[in-house]
Write a protein that binds this ligand. Structure first.
Ligand code: HEM
Length: 473
């Protein structure tokens, strides 16, 4: 993987020497306005700067910020993408009052065929209408119910982990969060074969959205994704009547009964579409957050000890919802991990009207890439930004206070993550149990290898040295 990346980088270096790409304006601002143009470059013919952005989206966004500032544009596959880096720029898009930024049109080209009619692919009044109903599935009593389903499943899975040197932490976390999703979201009525079929279909749909070749050809990633989506739709449709008749605590049953304050509910197809989307939104994100938190705790044993002491001091092998605020160091470490390795690195919008961002003119129909990850790694807002140091969030330091969107791994504005408490609850309850059962370390010569899906993702299964914890006596 590392060598593939190096090859790509050297190809890019050669290509950019062959095609020097001088800065120019994206579009001239309307005559008489006091707006500035967005500056950027087209990159290579047709491909634009696509290869560079795919090989290392973080480095690419950082480079653009250094060259052009917080608002820049870049050529990509015959279109122009505006990149926003820095809390002021991302705030301007998330909090735009003019309603000029469509989430549906921004995300559709990336993941539309797999997640169409999910909440993130809706806009404005319709989005708000659906979000108010969906919100009812994420109230505190509901989260309590999900945690009750989760806890025994986590205990059982961790007790079966065959730990040792080179334990593939990312792969095992993925298995765990996927099987948890099947239990908590879909419900426990599935037998093992059904659960497996559902998990594979779901995994295929998620990967489909990340395929490079976007064609329904043979057994390729995109085609497998479409078949996965079809299977999920068929499954959820076939189960709706039974869930509506029952009173389960799983998310599927809850969505069948969700009702906002005005009595609005979801139709059958809404339930199907929201189920598929929410499962996707929860999966890679929690997996990346938990596995990377484990990695950093392996690299910084003093933090691992600190978190373990706190978990042991609680005196309970598993967490209840009310305990989530009683582990302050775990909270700091979780926040810092999301800053340095944001699971959703980049978000998309499309302008549906001429607008401006920080005084730069952005015409209608422009794809906009919002970059919270790069923003959280800029030294303009964060001292020593590449250093993993949870203490920066301590009450005395609160480095995130520099701007309300300086720390923004869950997004902001109308589409801000609806599952942020769910995600925190899942990661913390698993970590609380892990700290009591295991000790782990990262081999000193290990170099983290990342690939890019929804965000920076361990590419090699994340091998860590795990052992059962030696308890006194
Ligand atoms: C650490 C874990 C997570 C991170 C970092 C994360 C991050 C994000 C971000 C950045 C967005 C905004 C997308 C945009 O504006 O375009 C988002 C939206 C969303 N997330 Fe999460 N997420 C996490 C976990 C979860 C979980 C566990 C669930 C569900 C149980 C979830 C459900 C959603 C949904 C439904 C949306 C769309 C909300 C809307 O469009 O109104 N997320 N998430």
């Amino acid at each position: 993987m590392q060598s593939a990346k190096k090859t790509m980088q050297s190809v890019l270096a050669t290509a950019s020497r062959a095609y020097p790409s001088p800065p120019r304006a994206l579009a001239e601002p309307p005559a008489g306005s006091d707006l500035k143009p967005v500056m950027g470059d087209a990159g290579m013919p047709f491909l634009g700067n696509t290869l560079e952005a795919l090989a290392d989206p973080l480095a690419s966004a950082m480079k653009r910020f250094d060259r052009f500032g917080p608002v820049s544009w870049s050529g990509s596959l015959n279109m122009n993408i505006v990149t926003l880096v820095g809390p002021e720029a991302i705030e301007a898009a998330w909090m735009n009052r003019q309603k000029a930024f469509s989430s549906e049109d921004g995300w559709e080209p990336m993941i539309g065929p797999f997640f169409r009619r999910g909440i993130m692919l809706m806009d404005f009044d319709e989005h708000m209408h659906h979000r108010r109903i969906l919100q009812q599935a994420f109230t505190r009593p509901r989260l309590n119910g999900y945690l009750d389903i989760m806890t025994p499943h986590i205990e059982k899975t961790l007790s079966n982990w065959e730990v040792g040197k080179g334990f593939p932490m990312y792969s095992r976390t993925k298995d765990l969060t996927l099987s948890l999703a099947t239990e908590v979201f879909v419900g426990a009525s599935l037998n093992e074969a059904q659960a497996h079929r559902l998990e594979s279909a779901f995994e295929a749909a998620v990967r489909g959205g990340q395929a490079l070749v976007r064609a329904d050809v043979r057994d390729w990633t995109w085609a497998r994704g479409l078949r996965g989506r079809e299977y999920l739709q068929k499954y959820f449709r076939s189960e709706i009547a039974a869930r509506r008749a029952g009173d389960g605590d799983d998310l599927f049953s809850v969505l069948c009964h969700s009702e906002d304050e005005d009595g609005n509910t979801f139709g059958d197809e809404d339930v199907v579409n929201h189920m598929i989307f929410v499962m996707m939104a929860a999966h890679d994100t929690s997996t990346i957050a938990l596995s990377m938190l484990t990695y950093f705790l392996g690299r910084y044993p003093e933090w691992q000890e600190r978190l373990r002491d706190e978990s042991l001091a609680l005196g309970k092998s598993t967490l209840d919802y009310d305990d989530l605020d009683s582990l302050p160091s775990l909270d700091l470490a979780f926040k810092e991990t999301l800053r340095i390795n944001a699971p959703v690195g980049m978000l998309f919008r499309k302008t549906i009207a001429d607008t401006d961002i920080l005084g730069h003119y952005v015409p209608k129909d422009t794809l906009v890439a919002i970059h919270p990850w790069a923003s959280m790694l800029r030294e303009e807002w964060w001292p020593n930004p590449t250093q993993w140091n949870p203490e920066r969030f301590s009450a005395e330091r609160r480095e995130d206070k520099v701007h309300r969107f300086a720390w923004a791994p869950f997004g902001g504005g109308a589409h801000k993550c609806i599952g942020l408490y769910f995600g925190g609850m899942e990661v913390k309850s698993i970590m609380h149990q892990m700290l009591q059962r295991f000790e782990w370390s990262v081999p000193t010569d290990y170099r983290l290898d990342l690939t890019y899906g929804t965000g920076p993702t361990p590419a090699d299964g994340l091998p860590i040295d795990f052992r059962q914890r030696r308890t006194a006596g």
